[in-house]
Design a protein around this ligand. Structure first.
Ligand code: AP5
Ligand code: MG
Length: 187
């Protein structure tokens, strides 16, 4: 599956990051997590980190313009030329347009969008068990509401473009990986 250009869609806690890491060896393309990039910026105390820290702590989304700069820079790096998996981007319709624009400039297209489906009570259970800085119940519930409101509509958008593949994320981690690979092979 050379040249895979994939978006991983899924609610907070659905396993995007877990699966992206495992898919690296299968797909041979880097996993790009905007959440991880922002958390690194916060740790480094960079200008970006100082700007996004309180937004992330509240479970709200960072604005589209800030995210566009982050993603544009990352996708221009050498290792992303032959493909990528995006974990956590795009998350709004505006971000979909930005991504399409960046890829059009590079003369490439997405090859698939994988939506990982997990029931909401399981999402909350997983996040509470993980205990990241933004993983208290109130913030988790807010992230889930933002997801439903802003990000879930993206699946209909990508379905209309014939790119969407849906996978049951409420299985053992290995089985989810297998399901994703199967869904991409069927594409
Ligand atoms: P981000 O880091 O993207 O967080 P998220 O969407 O809330 O997603 P998570 O990372 O919590 O979940 P995941 O789906 O990766 O699941 P994971 O593999 O960790 O974003 C954080 C914040 O950054 C946002 O709130 C926003 O402020 C900002 N941000 C980032 N991108 C942005 C953007 N594009 N625009 C605007 N703002 C942006 O798994 C979760 C847990 O479950 C783990 O403990 C894992 O071990 C476990 N687990 C995984 N799979 C399974 C399984 N099959 N069975 C049992 N347990 C499992
Ligand atoms: Mg993640």
């Amino acid at each position: 599956m050379d040249g895979a250009r994939i978006v991983l869609l899924g609610a907070p806690g659905s396993g995007k990051g877990t699966q992206a890491e495992r898919l690296v060896e299968h797909l041979g393309v880097p996993a790009i997590s905007t959440g991880d990039m922002l958390r690194a910026a916060v740790r480094d105390g960079s200008e970006l980190g100082r700007k996004v820290e309180s937004i992330m702590a509240s479970g709200a989304l960072v604005d589209d313009q800030t995210m566009a700069a982050v993603v544009r820079e990352r996708l221009s790096k050498e290792d992303a030329r032959a493909g990528f998996q995006l974990d956590g981007y795009p998350r709004t319709i505006g971000q979909v347009d930005t991504l399409d624009g960046i890829l059009a400039e590079q003369g490439v297209e997405l090859t698939g969008v994988v939506r990982i489906l997990v029931p909401e009570d399981e999402l909350v259970r997983r996040a509470l068990a993980r205990g990241r800085a933004d993983d208290n119940e109130e913030v988790i519930r807010h992230r889930l509401a933002v997801y439903r409101d802003k990000t879930e509509p993206l699946s209909r958008h990508y379905e209309a473009r014939g790119l969407l593949r849906e996978v049951d994320g409420h299985q053992a981690i290995d089985e989810v990986t297998e399901s994703i690979l199967e869904a991409l092979r069927a594409a």
